[in-house]
Design a protein around this ligand. Structure first.
Ligand code: IVH
Length: 676
């Protein structure tokens, strides 16, 4: 008996460890990479499982804060005056009613509550000092966040100044979001340009908030809604949550259009049903209702835990799901060779569309959920995330079900598959695998990598099928294919030249971009940055041992081995050799401080012949400068094309340096004297 108990305990311990690892991975994908693989609902289920286990084994509980989205080293950090907590959430009526019992048991009165949408956005803290917007800080780890004030200033409805009636000092808390409409527009545009699309509006908003190019943030049209306060200097009477919203309105701060008071569990339950019905009519995405104790004194009395206030709860709507038969399992090959099992289903109607395929995530998940071929499965779609199999109807399991075997060969190229120690996934390690090659090149060209504008999935497919791209280095040989490329259907001199110009510019990206672009397994944006910080060149990095790599922050055993394996591979070495020969800058002693336009503000006037206005702005930014829309005393240089506007006269009057388009291109090194 004792043995059995310790065996169960051992099993539970292992299971908890696996759960925690998965949660950590999904936290990374959601908060830092802004590209979640699973829906919020699936994530919440993992968390609920973890909590259930910890209830059984409280000794394994560790103190945890409210989670973290820190990681972008581009922005300075700042401390919140009061911590930004998270909300406890539930999908069950029972847990909601338990919340009411707990609250009312503690405060000994029947309470009135406020119900409002749980908006699916990105939390922000707006710090007003002497009534001026001083800083906008992301939630970060709840205690410190990243300062993104300039990006926030692009949001028209956020006042830069509060009226006299507002407190001297206040932290306004709320949510940054994109309307569903704008999300669809921006994502369609990304797709048209052959760029990566986003899973949902929240991810696109989160990504936008951390862009370095303020004019691009402005173009995305973010919005804001306030839902609370942090620190408040003591000069207004904010006695209820409802009163707070009245004040917000007076101060010109946007609030929810749909806030409903309620009391008593039954009444609130009915109101929640109404919120669910109204969900589709709101311009932003919501995934539930937040129920808050209205009286702020009672809020204070109830207090907070390390993670969340005890006076509020989010009741979340379960995403729509459907049952269907899993017929077959196909295997998809990803960029770094990861094999993803995909369920082929008898098509079923789900949230307004027909679903015939759904992801099974990985083989550990298949085992954990005990999914078999010809099982009746539950398929779910939440937000815009691709549908996923979230469970099996075991009571409907027939005799003909069949185990899903882990493949031993790559479905695309036939190479043997490997399960690497410490990873949940299996990989194809062939360097000639066609789908991997396409995805690797698209990734190499992506914004956070070497950033080749215009080299998206469609064009890459064409160029790969022409046989012109056999590895990422071949991108820099495309200049030799110019004549043939222009003759391909769907291309023109201008479109090809624009891509070639972007390729030229990509030769000078910082080391971190190149590193990220090489698709080294486990090396994401953040890790690439750390590696670049600790090395001076690609060649030097290639020489580091596992031990030396592990001395770099964020690099663990698995990552260090993966980096060493990557550089030890002869084929990878020859790709890097080729990159060097083709003129890629891989020695990075030259830090951004030495960019030719560093610290300079450039304005543009007239029409340029070699670059579009957009490209010229991008060149300015990539070479360390910033773009000024107007001529001021701060303007450093005016780049003047044909038929200049009145900016030219203004610049002359202020004695500002003026460059022709050619001078500009020479200066940044795009146009070389011998070639022009
Ligand atoms: S009040 C102490 N109200 O959801 C936190 N938060 O999952 C109080 N959220 O971090 C927050 N809609 O960013 C509040 N109506 C709403 C909300 C809301 C969305 C976000 C908020 C919070 C997260 C927790």
């Amino acid at each position: 008996m004792g043995d059995k108990a310790s065996l169960d305990r051992e099993k539970a311990r292992k299971y908890l460890r696996a759960l925690c690892m998965q949660i950590e991975r999904h936290d990374y994908l959601y908060y830092r990479a802004n590209s979640p693989e699973i829906s919020d609902f699936e994530y919440d289920c993992l968390q609920a499982e973890k909590q259930a286990l910890l209830k059984l084994y409280p000794e394994w509980r560790r103190d945890e804060g409210p989670g973290s989205d820190l990681g972008n080293l581009h922005f300075p950090m700042a401390k919140h005056l009061l911590p930004m907590l998270s909300l406890s959430n539930t999908y069950s009526q029972e847990a909601l009613f338990e919340f009411f019992r707990r609250v009312e048991g503690k405060v000994q009165v029947s309470c009135s509550y406020l119900l409002e949408p749980k908006i699916d956005g990105v939390a922000i803290n707006l710090v007003y000092k002497h009534r001026y917007l001083e800083k906008a800080i992301t939630r970060g780890n709840g205690y410190v966040g990243e300062v993104v004030t300039e990006n926030i200033r692009t949001i028209k409805e956020i006042p830069s100044m509060l009226p006299e009636s507002a407190p001297e000092e206040i932290e306004l808390r709320g949510e940054i979001y994109l309307t569903e409409r704008q999300f669809t527009y921006l994502n369609n545009e990304q797709e048209r340009l052959g760029l990566e699309t986003y899973a949902n509006a929240r991810n696109l908003a989160a990504g936008s908030l951390k862009l370095l190019d303020v004019s691009e943030v402005a173009r995305r049209q973010l919005h804001f809604i306030a839902h609370g306060v942090g620190f408040v200097s003591n000069d207004v009477n904010l006695d209820t949550q409802a009163r707070l919203y009245t004040f917000f309105e007076q101060w010109g701060i946007p609030i929810f259009s749909f806030v409903v008071p309620g009391s008593g569990a039954e009444q609130i339950w009915d109101l929640i049903a109404r919120f669910r019905l109204a969900q589709g009519e709101l311009p932003y995405g919501t995934d539930g209702v937040v129920v808050k104790v209205n009286d702020r004194l009672l809020q204070e009395q109830l207090g907070v835990t390390a993670k969340s206030p005890r006076w509020a709860i989010a009741y979340k709507f379960e995403p729509e799901s459907a049952e269907t038969l899993l017929q077959e399992v196909a295997f998809q090959v990803g960029r770094t060779g990861v094999i993803t099992p995909v369920a082929e289903l008898i098509p079923v109607d789900l949230a307004g569309s027909k679903v015939a395929r759904a992801t099974l995530h990985n083989f550990d998940e298949i085992q954990r959920k005990d999914i078999r071929k010809r099982d009746v499965v539950i398929v779910q779609k939440a937000g815009e995330i691709i549908p996923a199999i979230v469970g099996v109807k075991k009571d409907k399991r027939g005799a003909s079900t069949e185990k899903i075997e882990v493949p031993s060969q790559c479905p695309a190229c036939g190479a043997p598959l490997l399960k690497i120690a410490g990873e949940v996934v299996i990989r194809c390690t062939s360097l000639n695998c066609p789908p991997q090659l396409r995805l690797k090149i698209v990734h190499f060209a992506s914004k956070d990598a070497v950033d080749i504008d215009g080299l998206g999935p469609k064009i890459v497919d064409t160029l790969v099928s022409q046989g012109w791209l056999k590895d990422v280095a071949d991108v820099f040989t495309l200049i030799d294919r110019r004549d043939a490329w222009i003759r391909l259907p769907g291309f023109s001199v201008t479109s090809v030249d624009n891509v070639l110009l972007a390729i030229e510019r990509a030769k000078n990206r910082p080391l971190e971009c190149l590193l990220y672009g090489l698709s080294i397994p486990h090396v994401g944006v953040e890790l690439a940055r750390k590696l670049a910080e600790y090395s001076t060149s690609l060649e030097q990095l290639m020489q580091l041992s596992i031990q030396q790599l592990k001395a770099i922050p964020l690099v663990g055993e698995v990552t260090a081995c993966s980096i060493v394996d990557f550089f030890a591979n002869a084929r990878n070495q020859s790709v890097i050799e080729k990159l060097l020969q083709l003129g890629l800058k891989t020695s990075f002693l030259e830090k951004p401080t030495e960019y030719p336009l560093n610290g300079k503000i450039l304005a543009l006037t007239g029409s340029l012949t070699r670059l579009t206005r957009f490209e010229a702005e991008r060149v300015i930014v990539s070479f360390g400068g910033s773009v000024g829309r107007m001529i001021t005393k701060q303007t450093s240089i005016l780049v003047c094309g044909a038929n200049p506007g009145n900016k030219l006269a203004k610049a002359k009057a202020l004695g500002i340096q003026i460059w022709s388009e050619e001078e500009f291109l020479h200066h940044v090194g795009i146009l070389h004297a011998d070639r022009s």
